[in-house]
Design a protein around this ligand. Structure first.
Ligand code: DOR
Ligand code: ZN
Length: 366
């Protein structure tokens, strides 16, 4: 970049954003995921779908320690932990979770709906005692909103979930705080917009950028496969309008979810898109394309904190409109991960630029 480009390229300064839905995984992968997320986000709601899942406060606190151990020196980052709802989740465990001050939600995976959901709950009415305790404690239920009924078309599973499961659940538990995660449909946008203020939704950057055509560009594209699956353009447009609309019920949750290249490029590929290496940059791209950069701050840095009753961040994140290219893959061999936008340009870049954004031969040359 020469100096005249630097002078003309636009800068965006926002309070440091938070990611209200992320998969950091565990073990060696934490070194990558925690660095990528913490370079951009001050805090993140960390999903508990490890194998085995995070079901107790003790497990969540140990997981939190492992995340903090993987945090690169010099970065400030607060992992906001969650528990995985099972038929065994007790009111006592939820009380301990709340009193720890480190656990901020309980995730309901309908059994069989997605990655590591086998321990999830099929019939949520069997969790009435736990949900009642959560109402009293003010602990939000974070929902993967898809029915698992094989008779229901995969593209309709969110819409049907809202009708069959979510609406009755909100009636049965009038004080329960709920986040419908990674919404993908116009119907979800409408439902959340009309719901009381105790109900909110996260929106991923891949659902803002892509419609279902991305799954089939010249062939089957496993790196665009996630759950809930990408939908029609009409739904993507509704999500964009919700994200840029300023309604505090909608906030940023990347659902960044790495899987090894080998597990995605498979006869039965895993669902998940690794967006963390360019997450806030890509959200900025979406908002800029709509002429709505002034709305990014609310969506990325304010609405989620307000919903969770946490203070807004006071430090700042600076983005500059200078294109860079996402590496084709991260890591080598079977364990390599193909990130969102791999090998293609992103319009916004972090300032100061993280070392990982400079394509090294090992990363980008493949
Ligand atoms: O695409 C997804 N990946 N959706 C989910 O619900 C889970 C996630 C994962 O953990 O891989
Ligand atoms: Zn997720």
């Amino acid at each position: 970049m020469n100096s005249s480009e630097a002078e003309t390229s636009q800068r965006l300064v926002i309070p440091r954003p938070d990611d209200w839905h992320v998969h950091l995984r565990d073990g060696a992968l934490l070194n990558l995921t925690v660095a990528d997320t913490a370079r951009r986000f001050a805090r993140a709601i960390v999903m508990p779908n490890l194998d085995p899942p995070v079901v107790t406060t003790a497990q969540a606190l140990q997981y939190r320690d492992r995340i903090l151990q993987a945090l690169p020196r010099g970065l400030q980052f607060e992992p906001l932990m969650t528990l995985y709802l099972t038929l065994g989740t007790s009111a006592a465990e939820l009380g301990a979770a709340k009193s720890s001050g480190k656990i901020h939600g309980v995730k309901w995976y309908p059994a069989g709906a997605t990655t590591n959901s086998a321990h999830g709950v099929h019939d949520i009415r069997q969790c009435t005692a736990a949900l009642t305790a959560m109402e009293e404690l003010g602990l939000p239920l974070l929902v993967h909103g898809e029915v698992t009924d094989p008779e229901v078309d995969v593209f309709d599973r969110e819409r049907v979930f809202i009708e069959r499961e979510l609406a009755p659940l909100l009636e049965r538990h009038p004080r329960l705080r709920v986040v419908l995660e990674h919404i993908t449909t116009r119907q979800a946008v409408e439902f959340i917009s009309q719901a009381p203020s105790r109900v909110a939704a996260t929106i991923t950057v891949h659902h803002l950028l892509l419609n279902r055509n991305a799954l089939f560009v010249g062939g089957l594209r496993p790196h665009s496969y996630c759950l809930p699956v990408l939908k029609r353009e009409e739904h993507r447009r509704a999500l964009v309008q919700a994200a840029i609309g300023g309604n505090p019920k909608f906030f940023l949750g990347s659902d960044s979810a790495p899987h090894a290249r080998r597990a995605k490029e498979s006869a039965c590929g895993c669902a998940g898109i690794y967006s963390a290496p360019a997450a806030i940059e890509l959200y900025a791209e979406v908002f800029a394309a709509e002429g709505a950069l002034d709305r990014l701050e609310g969506f990325a840095s304010q609405h989620g904190a307000d919903f969770y009753g946490l203070p807004r961040n006071s430090d700042r994140l600076v983005l500059q409109q200078t294109p860079w290219t996402v590496p084709l893959q991260i890591g080598d061999g079977d364990a390599a991960i193909v990130p969102l936008r791999a090998g293609a340009p992103v319009q916004w870049r972090l300032v100061p630029e993280p070392a990982s954004a400079q394509a090294s031969p090992g990363e980008a040359g493949a």
